[in-house]
Design a binder for this molecule. Sequence first.
Ligand SMILES: Nc1ncnc2c1ncn2[C@@H]1O[C@H](COP(=O)(O)OP(=O)(O)O)[C@@H](O)[C@H]1O
Ligand SMILES: Cc1cn([C@H]2C[C@H](O)[C@@H](COP(=O)(O)O)O2)c(=O)[nH]c1=O
Length: 155
Amino acid sequence: MLPRRPFRDRENYRWQSLYFRYGAMNSGKSTMLLQAAYNYRERGQMPLIVKPGVDTKAGTSVGSRIGLEKPVDVLLGAGQSLSAAIEKVTPLDQVDAIFIDEAQFLEPAQVDEAFTLAVTTRIPVLAYGLRSDFRSRAFPGSARLMEPGALHRGA
Ligand SMILES: Nc1ncnc2c1ncn2[C@@H]1O[C@H](COP(=O)(O)OP(=O)(O)O)[C@@H](O)[C@H]1O
Ligand SMILES: Cc1cn([C@H]2C[C@H](O)[C@@H](COP(=O)(O)O)O2)c(=O)[nH]c1=O
C-alpha cells in the first residue's frame, strides 16, 4: 500500500514514475527543465531542483545557454542519498515534483533511489541529461535510467 499524500491533489494520482529526458549537449535540456519547473511554481506548487555536485556547468545553478539560470535546491554529493539530501532542505511531503539536471552524473544507486522515491511517494521525478559521452559510451547513471523502470524520451 502506497503512503497516502494528504495534500493538494496528490490523492488523484494513482502512481508516479521517474522520467528521463535525454538529448545531446546544447539541445535545450536545461532550458526545458527550467521552463517545466517554472510552470509548477506558477501554479503554486513546489518543484525542487537537484543536480549532481560533480557537474561543473553553471556551478551550483542549473543554467541554460540562452541565459536562464536558477540556483539548485539540492546539490547531490557522491554516495549521498537523494531523499536524505532533499529532507535536509525541505520535507518531502511539501514537494510536488523533483527535477534533476545533468542526470548522467547520477550514480546507478541514486537512479534506483529516485525511481523508488517516485513510486512510493507519488512525487514525479524528472531527470534530464546526456545518454552517452564523447566516446559514445553510456554514462553509468544514464544506462541505469534507460533500463526498465524509468520512462524515457529523447529531448
Ligand atoms: N524551447 C526552445 N526552442 C528552441 N531552442 C531552444 C529551446 N530551448 C533551448 N533552445 C536552444 O538550446 C540551446 C542550449 O540550451 P541548453 O538548455 O543550455 O541545452 P542543454 O542543457 O541541452 O545543453 C540553445 O542554443 C538554445 O537556443
Ligand atoms: C559529452 C560530455 C559532456 N560532459 C559534461 C560537460 C557538461 O558539464 C555536461 C553536459 O551538459 P549539457 O547541459 O548537456 O550541455 O556534461 C562530460 O563530462 N563528458 C562528456 O563526454
